[in-house]
Design a binder for this molecule. Structure first.
Ligand SMILES: [Zn+2]
Ligand SMILES: [Zn+2]
Length: 426
């Protein structure tokens, strides 16, 4: 089967539960849900070759990024340079095990597993379909889907730039070789992520076999069908586990609203220590000065670094709160469904899902400053107790967005569909 085609004839939208008939898609075409306009499949041109190119180059850049110094730091005649490896080693040796684990997973372990899995899959789709190969393919595809939201290399890069602005009045900071390699790693990894289309990958896994159901172009629930949220396969409503990916399937996520609300309450509880306790402790000439998230924003503002102060304020204070409020309102709307302004509610849901991980900027800033500024009593920076509670806020709100089932918002909606096949978009 050619990698330039997509052979499934029907698929159910992840966001609105509408059954879509898909024409045979060629390279460069994408198909949007005919009910809610959500992009369901993108068949990229020369996708296998492009993923191979971007993925392998990203791995090469990663190897370079780990091999040389990352940032240089000099003040009052004292010079210091750190590599990414020493950053991790320092966190772990000082007892910040959880922070070290989060940095290792989001910057190194998850991205490398992701890249290796994607490269293996693209290679293995061209091989004869042995049973053992299919088992590994299925696990790799499941990993790719689960890991993707937790890749945070781009957020870390913004964190590095914010840390440099924070330190610019106290020291000279230089970019070393590994920094540029890390930029290449981030860009190529993001390029790979853009090329990975969930439905296209699962279609390649199933060898292009199309599901045969007699369907109407309306909600799946009313026709006794459901779409696997994990791989997009169409199943009958009495199915417990997906035939293709093996994941448990459901028409609507069980206890979606209750789980989301519980996670939101937990994140609000953690939001209090995250803002009350210091997130960073700076020692300068023997005296230690703890600073909270808001304290850091006000300091940056008073020093005239307005854009950076605003970035931290939005990422660390506004986004987590806005996310909790938006998801709470969406839960209310899902609990008492109405057929008004569903498109706006879905847009709000997509935004909350997209922005969540950007709150990690402040955690990365503290990590970078901790590794960079270690000069004993003269000047040193250590993470404060709020780092862990703040990280918990971000993880809990991300999980809350993931457990919310947007199909609940459409359950009262009833409107005609539009045909939206887009050709030659790339
Ligand atoms: Zn839809
Ligand atoms: Zn599935």
């Amino acid at each position: 089967m050619s990698d330039a085609q997509f052979h499934e004839t029907i698929t159910i939208c992840d966001e609105c539960d509408f059954v879509n008939r898909i024409p045979l898609l060629q390279a460069g075409e994408r198909f949007r849900c005919q009910h809610c306009d959500h992009v369901l499949v993108s068949v990229h041109q020369h996708v296998s070759a492009r993923i191979m190119g971007a993925g392998l180059s990203s791995l090469l850049m990663f190897a370079l990024a780990m091999s040389f110094p990352f940032l240089g730091f000099s003040t009052n005649g004292i010079e210091r340079s750190v590599s990414l490896f020493t950053t991790l080693h320092l966190l772990l040796s000082q007892g910040y095990l959880v922070l070290g684990a989060i940095i290792s997973l989001t910057l190194f372990v998850f991205p490398i597993i992701y890249l290796l899995s994607v490269l293996f899959l693209v290679w293995s789709f061209r091989q004869p379909k042995e049973n053992i190969l299919r088992v590994i393919q299925r696990y790799s595809l499941r990993w790719v889907t689960v890991i993707q939201p937790w890749l945070m290399v781009d957020v870390f890069l913004v964190g590095v730039l914010v840390a440099l602005v924070k330190m610019s009045s106290l020291a000279d900071i230089s970019f070393e070789l590994s920094f540029w390699a890390f930029c290449g790693y981030v860009i190529l990894l993001l390029k790979t992520v853009v090329l990975v289309d969930k439905r296209w990958f699962w279609n390649q896994f199933s060898g292009g076999q199309a599901t045969n159901f007699i369907v109407l172009e309306e909600k799946a629930k009313g026709q006794g069908l459901l779409g696997c949220h994990f791989c997009g396969e169409t199943q009958t409503v009495d199915t417990k586990h997906c035939d293709r990916c093996g994941h448990s399937v459901y028409s609507r996520r069980p206890n979606s609203v209750n789980t989301t609300v519980a996670l939101l309450v937990a994140s609000l509880v953690m939001y209090i220590p995250a803002n009350v306790f210091p997130i960073m402790q700076t020692t300068f000439l023997g005296s230690t000065d703890p600073s909270t998230i808001m304290g850091g924003v006000l300091l940056l503002w008073s020093l005239g670094s307005y854009p950076v102060a605003l970035i931290i304020l939005i990422a660390s204070v506004v986004i987590p709160l806005a996310k909790v409020l938006a998801l709470s309102w969406l839960c209310w709307q899902a609990y008492f469904p109405s057929n008004q302004q569903t498109e706006q509610k879905i847009k709000l849901y997509r935004i909350t899902e997209f922005v969540g991980r950007w709150s990690m900027i402040d955690v990365f800033v503290v990590t970078i400053l901790t590794s960079l500024v270690q000069m004993g009593n003269f000047m040193s920076i250590l993470p404060g107790p709020a780092v862990l509670s703040f990280t918990a806020v971000i993880i809990l709100t991300m999980l809350a967005a993931m457990t919310f089932d947007p199909k609940l918002l459409w359950d009262k909606e009833d409107r005609p569909s539009v045909s939206t096949l887009e050709r030659g978009k790339e």
